[in-house]
Design a protein around this ligand. Structure first.
Ligand SMILES: [Zn+2]
Length: 403
């Protein structure tokens, strides 16, 4: 560090230079070994070669991928101390900073923890104090995702009040969530879409839970709008029609729905990602639009683990590294209409993840406990949030200790 000081005094204009990494920046079509310069918390320059003498600090990213900070659009982060409150101000929801940066995630989206009645508590308690950028989908249920009977309360699903709260916080609230409703009515879906229409934001549905299940083609083609999000897309659960049938064939209307703009989101979770859905679906052409975790205590300690583990699963079932990165960055940003995020535009905030792609023998477990053996696994080496190092697995941004 001291050796660099004279340079800094003369012509230093770069705070941090990431040198020699393979940049994947889908929005800008970058997919090559390039240097990335960061100044004042922003992307300053990206070029084939940038002189390290211009930089105050250099990170050697040789052999690693340099990508936009990951965006996890399905997470549960309204943590708190209420008992029996499921994912709303509860123990099962997780504080963002403890679980985001170590997996390369710089933007995390809580989907439905809070409704319009308790969003301000969530904002004050979690969002305002987190280094991670925390965004939110408001639950169509005013009391949020408190589980059980509270989520079945049709009288607490108010499109107008949900939209009003969303419009009051346009920088934070990026969508409306419907989840866990068990019943034959379409009314909850329609209320969520109505709130989304008023506030001009997408709706995410964690759909189903009724015997006989409601028609999935009706949901896809008639109830949801282009840009709305079908999460847990590779789940097979009681009360919901799975997208892959019992003969392992993708249902015919699924690709049509995706072509019409419906967003298929992974939302892995503790019960919503099965190999017998994901593998046939991907083989038959249904790649997810967005990769996400459905992070909570029940998923992170099971087969889901974290964002890069879910991304690794898709590398091992046929998606390329470029496809996986796109679905975890730029696609996600577009889906939540936050096109200021998910890319390395010059001048953009320097949210960056540096990932290693390891080759070897690895196991990946789905929610039923089936293990898929794979040979590729992503590891998050370094994460930057607005240019600041917030995670560094092997100290590649630190000077080497000398006796
Ligand atoms: Zn969830």
């Amino acid at each position: 560090m001291f050796a660099l000081l004279p340079t800094m005094l003369v012509s230093q204009q770069i705070d941090l230079l990431i040198k020699g990494g393979h940049v994947i920046d889908p929005k800008n079509g970058r997919d090559a070994v390039m240097d990335v310069a960061i100044e004042d918390g922003k992307i300053f320059e990206i070029a084939d070669q940038i002189d390290p003498a211009r930089a105050f600090e250099v990170v050697d990213a040789t052999g690693l991928y340099v990508v936009p900070g990951l965006i996890d659009i399905h997470s549960h982060n309204f943590f708190g101390t209420e008992t029996d409150a499921y994912l709303s101000n509860s123990f099962q929801a997780l504080p963002p900073d403890g679980f985001s940066f170590r997996a390369g995630v710089t933007t995390i989206v809580d989907v439905g923890g809070a409704g319009w009645r308790n969003f301000k508590t969530f904002k004050r308690q979690t969002i305002d104090g987190s280094k991670t950028r925390v965004l939110a989908f408001l639950n169509i249920v005013g009391s949020g995702m408190k589980g059980g009977a509270i989520e079945q309360n049709l009288a607490d699903m108010d499109a107008k009040l949900t939209a009003m709260e969303a419009l009051q916080y346009p920088d934070i609230v990026v969508g409306v969530k419907l989840a866990h409703y068990y019943g034959p009515e379409w009314m909850p879906t329609e209320k969520a879409v109505e709130a989304g229409r008023i506030a001009d934001i997408p709706v995410m549905v964690d759909f189903g839970g009724y015997e006989d299940p409601l028609a999935l083609d009706t949901l896809f083609l008639h109830k949801l709008r282009p840009g709305d999000i079908f999460t847990h897309c590779y789940a097979s659960v009681t009360g919901r029609v799975p997208i892959v049938d019992e003969r392992r064939k993708l249902r015919p209307f699924v690709l049509e729905a995706q072509e019409r703009g419906l967003i298929f989101d992974v939302g892995h979770g503790g019960g919503s990602f099965r190999w017998d859905q994901a593998i046939p679906a991907v083989r038959q052409g249904l790649k997810p639009n967005t990769i996400s975790t459905d992070l909570h205590t029940g998923s992170m300690n099971g087969g889901m683990k974290d964002m890069i583990n879910v991304m690794s699963k898709f590398l091992n079932i046929g998606l390329t590294i470029q496809e996986v990165i796109e679905r975890s960055t730029w696609n996600a940003a577009q889906v939540i209409k936050r096109t200021d995020l998910g890319h390395l535009d010059i001048g953009a905030g320097a949210d960056v993840a540096i990932l290693g792609l390891h080759e070897g023998d690895f196991g990946f477990v789905d929610v039923r406990g089936w293990r898929l053996d794979g040979d590729k696994k992503l590891v998050c080496e370094l994460t930057l949030r607005d240019g600041a190092v917030v995670w560094d697995l092997n100290g590649i941004s630190s000077p080497v200790w000398e006796e």
